[in-house]
Design a protein around this ligand. Sequence first.
Ligand code: SF4
Ligand code: SF4
Ligand code: SF4
Length: 211
Amino acid sequence: MTEKKNWDRRSFLRKAGQATCTLALGGIAYRIVGQHLDEETAGPRSRYVWQIDPDKCTNCGKCETACVRTPSAVKAVNDQKKCSCCVVCYGHIKNKQIESEKIMSDGERVCPHDAVTRKNFSGGKDGYFIYDIDHDKCTGCGKCAEACTDKGTKSMFLIIRPDLCLNCNSCDIARICPEDAIDRLYIGPEDDFKGIYELEYGQNDMNEYGA
Ligand code: SF4
Ligand code: SF4
Ligand code: SF4
C-alpha cells in the first residue's frame, strides 16, 4: 500500500511538473528570465513587462483594484512543484477540521469567487489533490496567496499576466504598491504566459472527488 502511494506520489509530481511551466510564470519571469536576458543581445521580439516580485509582495489586496483593467490583470497561480497537494488546502477552504468527503460541499471557501479549484489525482478521497486557479473568476485579491504564504508552502502567489496587462508606461499598481514589489522586466517571446495548459492525466485519475 505504501509502495503504491509512493509510486502515485512520484507519478503525480512528474506529471504535475509538466504543467508547471505556465503556472510558475511569475517565478520564471522574475527569478529566471530577469536575470538572463540582456537588452543588447536579446532578439527583436523581446520586450519589457511589469511583474510582481513574489518575495516582496504581501498580498495586500491593492492589486485587485489599482489596475486600470477590470478585472485586474493580476491573477493568482499555484506552483505545483511547491504545493503539498494536501487533502485540505489553506488556500482553498478555511475550516481545516472538516472531514475530507465533505470538503467540496461544506468547506467555507477562502476565495470570495470560488476560483480555487480542487481535483483528485490519486488515492481516493484522502489521496493527492491538484489545486489550481480559474482565471476567469480570479480578481487578483490575493486572499488565497496570503493564506498559503502564512500557513502553507507558499506555492500560491500573484502574477501580472503579460497577455492581459496593457503594459502601461507607468503601472498604476506599481505606483501605489506599499512593498515596492512591482518591477519592469525584460523578457523574450518564449516567456509569454500562454493562459492555457493541459494536465496530462487520464480521466480515471480525476475521479468523483474532483471539483
Ligand atoms: S500592491 Fe504590491 S504588495 Fe499589494 S498585492 Fe499588489 S504587488 Fe502585492
Ligand atoms: S482568493 Fe483572490 S487571488 Fe485567490 S483565486 Fe480567489 S480572487 Fe483570485
Ligand atoms: S501596467 Fe497597467 S494593465 Fe498592467 S498591471 Fe499595471 S495598471 Fe494593470
